[in-house]
Design a protein around this ligand. Structure first.
Ligand SMILES: Cc1cc2nc3c(=O)[nH]c(=O)nc-3n(C[C@H](O)[C@H](O)[C@H](O)COP(=O)(O)OP(=O)(O)OC[C@H]3O[C@@H](n4cnc5c(N)ncnc54)[C@H](O)[C@@H]3O)c2cc1C
Length: 369
């Protein structure tokens, strides 16, 4: 029975662990955080991803937990809605990231060994397997190692090299934080723009708390993804002088939130998703960025496909190749995020006006006050 180390206990890692176990393999999931990380806004499941969730038996609970957001409302400085855009699309379901991570944990945990608060320090591969040294001091042997450890993957660094070679800066930075629900309209995402900037509020119909988010255009900055104090300073620099709409209140809450999440809007582009006995899945391999609305979908579908190929192929090399051949096209399409970014963060006032006018003319949006 193949022993497989899965690094990262989020959407990709837990979906993979579940399906590996269902195919008779023995997954061990190692997560750097001391517990599941349940932060984040709504993420979308659609098409093949909902089919996978259906097969895992979690779809009724995904539907029950769905964020139930009706659409996006663009507002002006005095909180007047200048446009509304309906987001509901048949076959698509939006769920808070944390709810999905927790649901996946419920079905994967009985099937896999979990180790929290640890990570991989080094990996040494030979003809028969991979010897892994953990930061906590243990050394263990596995047949394969799969990196499901997100945008700044350590497995990718160890097996493929420094991340600078694979991360593509998409011209913006973003932040998420918890926010006071009273600041937003129930079941709407509210967005306020200044040229090249957006501050917004995500207000699900089923959650007491709302989520603030911020995006701003910028060339690459000196930024360490682990340095929270630096993130606070950069966010403050970008939005600290904004006094219009509710930016000040949202910013104050975000700067005080210990779960503030800040990063560059980046994509991961790798010529190959595997090297020897190590492969990558989810954001670690092909992050499309939160602006794509497709991170969860790509993670779920990719993890399911990888497990299927490992179960059916004659060896891991064939499986890794087929996984990649089968999943590349979906990744390529979902990485085309230009229109989404232009919609959320127009570059200038003309762009803001064009966005509102376009949405109105499509009949997706009704002007209201
Ligand atoms: C806290 C958080 C909030 C997010 N919020 C949003 C959001 O609001 N909207 C959105 O579109 N996307 C969000 N994302 C990204 C989104 O989850 C992914 O784009 C997508 O769902 C693919 O998931 P993934 O499992 O590949 O990666 P991720 O969800 O990023 O998960 C990676 C996991 O690996 C763990 N990890 C990282 N490094 C190591 C290591 N060295 N060793 C062990 N474990 C490690 C992380 O703690 C995390 O649990 C968020 C991610 C995180 C971690």
């Amino acid at each position: 029975m193949a022993e497989i180390l899965v690094v990262g206990a989020s959407i990709a890692g837990q979906t993979l662990a579940y399906w590996l176990a269902r195919h008779g393999m023995r997954p061990t999931v190692v997560e750097r955080a001391p517990r599941l990380r349940v932060g984040g806004n709504g993420v979308d499941l659609r098409d093949q991803a909902t089919e996978v969730a259906e097969r895992m038996g979690i779809m009724p609970r995904v539907r029950a937990a769905a964020a139930d957001v009706r659409g996006i409302k663009f507002v002006d400085a005095s909180d007047r809605a200048v446009a509304r855009m309906n987001m509901s699309r048949s076959g698509e379901i939006e769920i808070m990231r944390g709810d999905l991570v927790a649901l996946l944990h419920e079905v994967a945990a009985p099937e896999a060994e979990y180790v929290f608060g640890d990570s991989v320090r080094s990996m040494e591969e030979d003809g028969g397997g991979v010897t892994v040294s953990f930061e906590g001091g243990a050394t263990r042997r596995f047949d394969l190692v799969i990196g499901a450890d997100g945008l700044h993957s350590s497995v990718r660094r160890l097996a493929f090299g420094p991340e600078a070679g694979f991360l593509r800066h998409m011209g913006h930075y973003f932040a998420f934080a918890n926010a006071d629900a009273a600041l937003g309209e129930d079941r709407w995402v509210t967005m306020y723009n200044q040229p090249g900037k957006m501050a917004g509020l995500y207000r699900s119909g089923k959650h007491d708390q709302a989520k603030a988010y911020f995006i701003f255009r910028s060339e690459p900055l000196e930024c360490d993804h682990r340095d929270v104090e630096q993130h606070r300073a950069l966010l403050k620099e970008a939005f600290g002088h904004e006094t219009s709409w509710r930016v000040g209140e949202l910013l104050e809450g975000a700067l005080a939130d210990p779960e503030l999440y800040f990063d560059a809007l980046s994509q991961v582009r790798l010529p190959s998703w595997s090297s020897g006995r190590v492969a990558l899945v989810g954001d670690a391999a092909y992050c499309a960025s939160p602006a794509s609305g497709a991170g969860a979908e790509l993670a779920v579908v990719g993890a399911y496909r990888l497990a299927e190929e490992l179960a059916s192929a004659s060896d891991h090399q064939v499986a890794f190749r087929r996984y990649e051949e089968g999943h590349r096209e979906l990744v390529r399409r979902k990485q085309q995020i230009g229109p989404n970014v232009r919609m959320m963060v127009p570059k200038n006032r003309l762009g803001m006006w064009a966005r509102n006018t376009f949405a109105s003319s499509m009949g997706l949006l009704s002007r209201s006050s």
